[in-house]
Write a protein that binds this ligand. Structure first.
Ligand code: ADP
Length: 394
């Protein structure tokens, strides 16, 4: 018998939704929908399981001030007639922050929702949108179980030393910790690895999740050991528009010398920094690779430099590495960035096979390479669907 699971990833300016049909242990995508441009000119696209566009809609005049709620209503209206007659097994939600408490997906109830509300202060840009998605689903699909799947959960296995900042202890106790993010992506890669690269699956792995948001994770024996992201999804690697690692003294300078307030600094570090800030051209890797602007080249140099530097740090905490995995938009598609990162890691025993890399792998290291290098596409929605099925059916 086929049963269905809805996955919702409600972000601050986009909402992604995927409907999976579950046949025994296999999950097939029935629809994949995406609303972009919430708050400006929302655009809704739906593709079927083969990737064919089956619905497209732009809202010219969305009601002012209720962009997010309106987008969720429109999504619900479109989904309603598509839902299977025998209903859904459950809805899986991507939730950015599970705080110190949640190290696994959890069935949503009032107590859990109260905790997640409390964690809004830890992720003020993302958690409210996630919670709005949950509230809208509870209204639209009463009686269907909802499961929260956290970006932080996979990293709860970090040792204490990787979970801390060197600031007074009471701040740690109130939740100022190095949480790490992109956990659903790392978990998906980790559980895929035994099928793709069994020789290294149980070893010391560094995964580079290089998308518009970018981070890296050190994994040992299938468990997260450390991550480049810390308290927020701002730390570590430079990203499309986010700065990555920065000396906190810069923030003091911006406040004291430039008179900038928290909102302005937040906007600068989240929206105007990273590849966009460095290049002045774009936050999009495809455009930067095509550009002849020397600042675009400098942005790429910095991106590669920081990935190499971070890999060295994560390899050191793992005591060496057996595998290096590239994933997400840039990691899966940019042969140039992968080749440059691998060249910077030859000292670590990475030997890139240029031809395999141009063909996007999956294996991109030579047979002699001491470290296996792979390109593995991530699938966070599928990971959430698997968690939802497990949580609801057991
Ligand atoms: P997110 O999910 O964090 O929004 P993605 O994982 O979709 O981001 O990655 C988006 C990034 O991937 C963009 O910088 C985009 O330019 C880059 N990208 C996608 N395809 C290619 C490609 N063929 N070559 C280089 N970069 C690519």
């Amino acid at each position: 018998m086929s049963r269905s699971i809805l996955v919702l990833n409600a972000g601050s300016s986009s909402i992604k939704s995927t409907l999976f049909d579950k046949h025994d242990d296999a999950l097939h995508v029935r629809y994949d929908g995406q609303i972009e441009g919430i708050g400006s000119k929302p655009h809704f696209l739906v593709r079927d399981g083969s990737g064919h566009l089956i619905h497209e809609q732009t809202w010219i005049d969305p009601p002012l001030g209720r962009g997010h709620a309106y987008a969720l209503e429109q999504l619900a209206a479109w989904l309603d007639p598509q839902l299977p007659e025998d209903g859904l097994i459950g809805v899986g939600h991507r939730v950015v922050h599970g705080g110190p408490r949640y190290s696994a997906p959890v069935l949503l109830n009032d107590t859990v929702l109260r905790d997640l509300e409390y964690y809004v202060s830890l992720a003020p840009l993302h958690q409210p949108a996630n919670l709005a998605g949950i509230a809208a689903t509870m209204d639209f699909l009463p009686g269907v179980p909802n499961v929260a799947c956290f970006d932080t959960a996979f990293h709860r296995s970090h040792p204490l030393v990787a979970d801390r900042f060197a600031i007074p202890r009471e701040l740690y106790d109130e939740g100022v910790r190095r949480y790490g993010f992109h956990g659903l992506s790392y978990e998906y890669i980790t559980q895929t690895l035994p099928h793709i690269a069994p020789a290294i699956a149980n070893g010391r792995i560094v995964v580079a999740h290089l998308g518009n948001g970018a981070s890296m994770c050190a994994i040992r024996e299938g468990r997260s050991y450390d991550s480049s992201m810390g308290f927020t999804a701002l730390d570590g690697l430079p990203m499309g528009t986010r700065c990555g690692q920065i000396d906190p003294g810069v923030l003091l300078y911006l406040m004291q010398e430039k008179g900038m307030g928290a909102r302005q600094i937040e906007e600068l570090l989240y929206k105007r920094s990273g590849l966009l800030g460095l290049s002045g051209v774009s936050n999009d890797m495809r455009q930067l690779e095509r550009s002849t602007d020397p600042w675009a080249a400098e942005a790429l140099d910095y991106f590669v430099y920081r990935i190499v530097r971070e890999t060295g740090a994560l390899a050191a905490v793992l005591g060496g590495i057996d595998g290096l995995i590239f994933t997400a938009g840039i990691g899966e598609n940019s042969a140039l960035i992968r080749a440059r990162v691998c060249a910077g890691l030859e000292w670590l025993g990475v030997r890139c096979d240029a031809r395999a890399n141009e063909q996007h792998g999956p294996r991109i290291s030579t047979p002699e390479s001491r470290v296996e290098a792979w390109v593995i596409p991530t699938d966070e929605a599928r990971m959430i669907a698997m968690h939802t099925a497990r949580t609801v059916l057991t």
